[in-house]
Design a protein around this ligand. Structure first.
Ligand code: AHR
Length: 517
């Protein structure tokens, strides 16, 4: 009798160890009854600055290049971006934007003046990639253009004329100039930014001074539908407060307010840490710092909510991503870094955060698209590598324009040296008759089982994919381009009631559940 009892207890314990290997603390509750906001596709946006090999070499090689191209744009890059889905592209900077005089980049290439790219390596910028090239490239990849105007060293007239040149149908000097340069019809450009980091490289201004300047510039951007003001650097809540206060009778001319936040894994900007050589402590710290985005968005949104409860002004996270030490042996001003599973994980975490805040976050642009910082693509001569971050964007494409389903997540702690972060990070959405749930297990050592409460949905089939790798610092390189990619992920057949998914250690998983009758 006693033996049988002990046997039963052992079976019971064994059952729980199998079903809940990490203690069964992980649960996701879907709240479709609270779903009301759409995840705007622009949250999956990118950023391309005249910096290092982002534009030249990365996107644009010129028509005479031996590298396969369409009108000078790399064919392999165009193909990869289209497969990934790129809804919006910000250009020409960054810090470069406030040194850029757009008329230098139009007209016959041979006549365009060369300038010095003062912020990024002091290299010569020959202006061969200008307004026409950027807008042509956006058409090729199917992205909405987002043009950042120059406030720091530009004039109101210059900004106003640039908007007119791009968007005007009226018969005026800018329209005539555009036609003379070969473009008959105006482009459809929705997004214009007024200055970049005006608290720093864009002019070192105070928020009050900038708010006044913003109103002046915005007043003359005739033809622009969606104007984005320069917002805070990370946790500078005072900046947001002043902007919202000083703009309170002028929200009609400020559709977006930006936020910049980079994850710098090391102890300081001088010691950011290697992109590829790191240990578990660095992994933990990086993820903790990435998760800080949640706090930043929450607090900036609270301020915005006080002034703008209708949420007419979007929070535009137009620079974000991991910023590591520049790759040894490369130009320090070019910000070239490689990209590991850790970068994939932080991209996934950030995108989940943006999804969950889609009521306020209307656009986000990872820095930067090719060969600079946390890129989705790296190139070397005619070779191309898709980074782990690329696969996250491709996997998360299902969330673009989907109805966000609020989730409550209960999570295990992932503790290292007494410091804890949640193991689980998640967001969910509904589109085309399926619920897509993107789940990250931040723990690099332990698989976790996650119970998904279906909240009344009846799921009829499940499809999954996973991004993971053997080592946390595995990366894709020119010699091993497909080490960290997404692969199909086997899932149990769903039914009514809750659903258990086992996430491998250090993984990003997409669970796509078809909703039945
Ligand atoms: O993305 C690199 C730089 O970071 C941008 O030019 C600037 O806006 C930010 O400081």
């Amino acid at each position: 009798m006693k033996d049988r009892f002990i046997f039963r207890v052992l079976v019971f314990i064994l059952f729980f160890l199998i079903v809940y290997p990490s203690g069964g603390q992980n649960r996701v509750i879907l709240h479709p009854e609270r779903a009301k906001d759409t995840i705007s596709r622009e949250v999956y946006g990118h950023f391309a600055e005249h910096l290092g090999r982002c534009i030249y070499g990365g996107i644009y090689v010129g028509e005479d290049s031996p590298i396969e191209n369409i009108r000078g744009f790399r064919t392999d890059v165009i193909r990869a971006l289209k497969e990934m889905g790129i809804p919006v592209l910000r250009w020409p900077g960054g810090c470069f934007a406030d040194t850029y005089h757009w008329k230098d980049g139009i007209g016959p290439r041979a006549d365009r003046p060369s300038i010095v790219n003062v912020y990024w390596g002091g290299v010569t910028e020959d202006n061969s990639f200008g307004t026409h090239e950027f807008l042509d490239f956006c058409e090729l990849i199917g992205a909405e253009p987002y043009v950042n105007l120059n406030v720091g060293s530009g004039t109101v007239r210059e900004a106003s004329e640039w908007v007119e040149y791009i968007t005007s149908e009226n018969d005026g000097p800018m329209t005539r100039l555009r036609k003379q340069n070969g473009r008959e019809n105006p482009w459809k450009v929705k997004y214009f930014g007024i200055g970049n980091e005006t608290w720093g490289c864009g002019g070192n201004m105070s928020p009050g001074f900038y708010a006044d300047l913003y109103r002046q510039f915005a007043s003359f951007c005739f033809g622009a539908d969606y104007l984005i003001a320069c917002g805070a650097n990370a946790g500078d809540y005072g900046w947001t407060e002043v902007m919202m206060e000083k703009m309170k009778y002028h929200y009609w001319m400020m559709q977006g307010l930006s936020l910049h936040y980079y994850t710098v894994p090391g102890e300081s900007w001088a010691h950011k840490g290697s992109a590829i050589e790191f240990n578990e402590e660095d992994w933990h710290t990086t993820l903790k710092k990435s998760l800080h985005m949640e706090r930043l968005i929450t607090r900036h949104s609270e301020i915005m909510d006080r002034y703008d409860p209708q949420k007419t002004v979007g929070l535009i996270v137009d620079e974000w991503g991991n910023w590591h030490d520049v790759e040894t042996g490369t130009n320090a001003g070019f910000l070239y870094q490689r990209n590991t599973l850790r970068d994939a994980m932080t991209a996934a975490v950030n995108l989940n955060i943006f999804n969950n805040h889609c009521d306020r976050v209307k656009m986000a642009n990872i820095a930067q698209m090719v060969n600079v910082l946390q890129s989705v693509i790296l190139t070397r001569d005619d070779q191309l590598v898709l980074t782990p971050t690329y696969y996250v964007f491709r996997m998360y494409r299902v969330h673009q324009d989907a109805l966000m389903i609020p989730v409550t997540a209960e999570s295990d702690e992932y503790t290292l040296n007494g410091d804890s972060i949640p193991s689980l990070n998640v967001s969910a959405s509904l589109k085309d008759g399926a619920v897509s749930i993107t789940l990250c297990n931040l723990n690099p050592e332990k698989a976790i089982s996650v119970e998904i409460e279906s909240a009344g949905f009846h799921f009829t089939s499940a499809e999954g994919s996973v991004i993971t790798s053997e080592a946390m610092n595995d990366y894709n390189d020119f010699s091993k381009p497909e080490r960290v990619i997404f692969r199909p992920f086997d899932l149990p057949v769903p039914g009514r009631g809750s659903y258990v998914v086992k996430l491998p250690a250090k993984s990003v998983v997409l669970v796509r559940l078809t909703v039945g009758g």
